[in-house]
Design a protein around this ligand. Structure first.
Ligand code: AMP
Length: 214
């Protein structure tokens, strides 16, 4: 059975972690537009370099580009068969409107975490080249390398205090209208994002299953 889910949450709300768990639980492809853009940036292509500049400033990529990326991804066989879990899209009102015009959404989840908590979480976030995520000061990364794959563990360029403030402002100005649009369409469920990843995941699954009528 295909499920079509959207997950909203301010940066640092645990969205990435939760999306991986939910995608595995529901057997739906995890579509993270941020991961797709970071892959492009790592490839060093012209497009990737431009994307990296925008991301490092905490700004958003143009809607037309993101709509093109999503349209192409939606055409892939795994999405046609299993649906999707959208992480980081839609990010603007225009993206939300375009999404609802081109497909059906079963549930949109809003992971709610107070702003000061997300600021603290993001400024202590450290990641390796393959996206494994740790907290600064974690013993596992004391040597400066990832215990999973040995690559260097660093702070994301867009996790510095200035970039974090810019991203939160961008979220409030540009993404909240997208959240409201899905709310007005009767699709939004807000879930408390505080607690252990397991607690939050259990809450999300319960909320989604209720909406899906399971
Ligand atoms: P994320 O990992 O979801 O926080 O995304 C990282 C960065 O990629 C964002 O701060 C934006 O610059 C860019 N980005 C990701 N998804 C979108 C989108 N749907 N629209 C515009 N920009 C995006």
């Amino acid at each position: 059975m295909a499920v079509r889910l959207v997950v909203f949450g301010r940066q640092g709300a645990g969205k990435g972690t939760q999306c991986k768990l939910l995608a595995a639980h529901y057997g739906a492809p995890h579509i993270s537009t941020g991961d797709m853009l970071r892959e492009a940036a790592a490839s060093g292509s012209d497009f990737g370099r431009q994307a990296k500049e925008i991301m490092d400033r905490g700004e958003l990529m143009p809607d037309e580009i993101m709509l093109g990326i999503i349209k192409e991804r939606f055409g892939a066989a795994d999405v046609v068969e299993h649906g999707f879990l959208l992480d980081g899209f839609p990010r603007t009102l225009a993206q939300a409107e375009a999404l609802l015009n081109q497909t059906t959404i079963d549930v949109a989840i809003n992971i709610e975490v107070p702003e000061q908590v997300v600021i603290d979480r993001i400024s202590s976030r450290r990641v390796c080249a393959n996206g494994h995520t740790y907290a600064a000061g974690d013993d596992a990364i004391a040597g400066g390398t990832c215990p999973e794959d040995g690559t260097e563990v660093v702070q994301r360029a867009d996790d510095t205090p200035d970039a974090v403030a810019a991203r939160l402002a961008t979220y409030a100005a540009q993404t909240l209208p997208a959240v409201h649009h899905l709310d007005e369409a009767g699709l939004l469920v807000t879930v408390d994002g505080l607690g252990t990843p397991e607690d939050v995941s259990a809450r999300l699954v319960a909320a989604i299953d209720e909406r899906l009528g399971h």
